[in-house]
Design a protein around this ligand. Structure first.
Ligand code: 13P
Ligand code: SF4
Length: 310
């Protein structure tokens, strides 16, 4: 089928199955174009929590589908490609985190949403890059905290709040490989450009940023700013929405250290295609399944996050 035919079939099936298509900003353009809702990981969780659709097609990575399923156990949650994982979630196996927690008694466990449901069952509060600061600021300054799995985000929060959270040594293979040298050179060539950095990037990049924030926060900054040029230091899918929101401005993708191209892509996010969205809707699979007990335990820290980020 051509893209036009796929789009028509997806629209037909969506109506028939009372489905909604949600997409993260890192999705391919063709997916962002057909999504009913596009957002960062916080907005996707908030949207899932309040949808009245019977089927949610979550175009992102596996943990985003799992979060939606945990929040909406009575809905069908489909993901276009089951293999769309996340290196950051993979960097924190639940059994290892459990041992780490046992070594740090008396600590509140805060986990980034980029984790498996099993990790969330060991967690007191889930956060995303969009609300981590707000959630952590709501806790007493002397509260002992374990933060995981993203070390770079943890370092950012420690530095900006004066806390000393114990950090799990996890990382995202995309954000951890941006080249400081190449970005500094881009800044020399474009002195008026604002540097927008996702907090999953390493500390030296956070330090040269004009804005550190979640994908939605970076998009918002670009919309509000009077600057005309931006160097975007996060997965390059976000450029589609930035260019759409601000067609008169210039957005430059930052390259990875070892990149052959001039951008940095998450291969997991790019696994989803129009064809796979069509097949998922047509066949009702791959479906996200979370056991009742895991969902019950994992729901608490996610709901706490949603409550604290109101
Ligand atoms: P956001 O929370 O900014 O959407 O980021 C999610 C993610 O996977 C970043 O790599
Ligand atoms: Fe995971 Fe990194 Fe891909 Fe985001 S960009 S989904 S953190 S691997």
């Amino acid at each position: 089928m051509t893209h036009d035919e796929l789009r028509q079939e997806i629209a037909r099936l969506k109506k028939e199955k009372k489905a909604v298509i949600m997409a993260h900003y890192y999705q391919r353009e063709e997916i962002q174009e057909i999504a009913d809702f596009i957002g960062d990981s916080l907005a996707l969780a908030q949207q899932a929590a309040k949808t009245d659709a019977e089927v949610i097609v979550m175009c992102g990575v596996h943990f985003m589908g799992e979060t939606a399923k945990i929040l909406c156990p009575d809905r069908t949650v489909l993901v276009p490609d089951e293999a769309a994982g996340c290196s950051l979630a993979d960097s924190c196996p639940a059994e290892d985190l459990k041992k780490f927690i046992d070594q740090h008694p008396g600590h509140t466990v805060i986990s980034y949403v980029n984790t498996t449901a099993a990790v969330k069952t060991l967690t007191d509060i889930v956060v995303t890059s969009g609300n981590a600061r707000k959630v952590i600021d709501s806790l007493p300054q002397d509260e002992k905290i374990i933060f995981g799995p993203d070390r770079n985000l943890g370092e950012y929060i420690n530095a900006s709040t004066g806390r000393n959270m114990v950090l799990w040594p996890g990382r995202c293979h995309v954000h951890d490989r941006f080249s400081l040298e190449a970005i500094a050179k881009m800044k020399e060539e474009h002195p008026g450009a604002k540097v927008l950095v996702h907090p999953e990037c390493r500390r030296p990049l956070q330090l040269i940023a004009d804005k550190v924030g979640s994908t939605a926060a970076l998009l918002d900054y670009a919309r509000q700013s009077e600057a005309q040029e931006f160097i975007v230091v996060t997965e390059s899918g976000i450029l589609f929405e930035m260019r759409k929101a601000c067609p008169e401005k210039t957005f430059l993708a930052a390259p990875a250290e070892d990149a052959e191209c001039q951008c940095n892509e998450c291969e997991y996010m790019k696994l989803n295609t129009l064809q796979k969205v069509y097949e998922a809707l047509r066949d009702g699979k791959p479906e996200i399944v979370v056991s009742e007990e895991t969902a019950r335990l994992a729901r608490k820290p996610i709901e706490r996050m949603l409550e604290l980020s109101k």
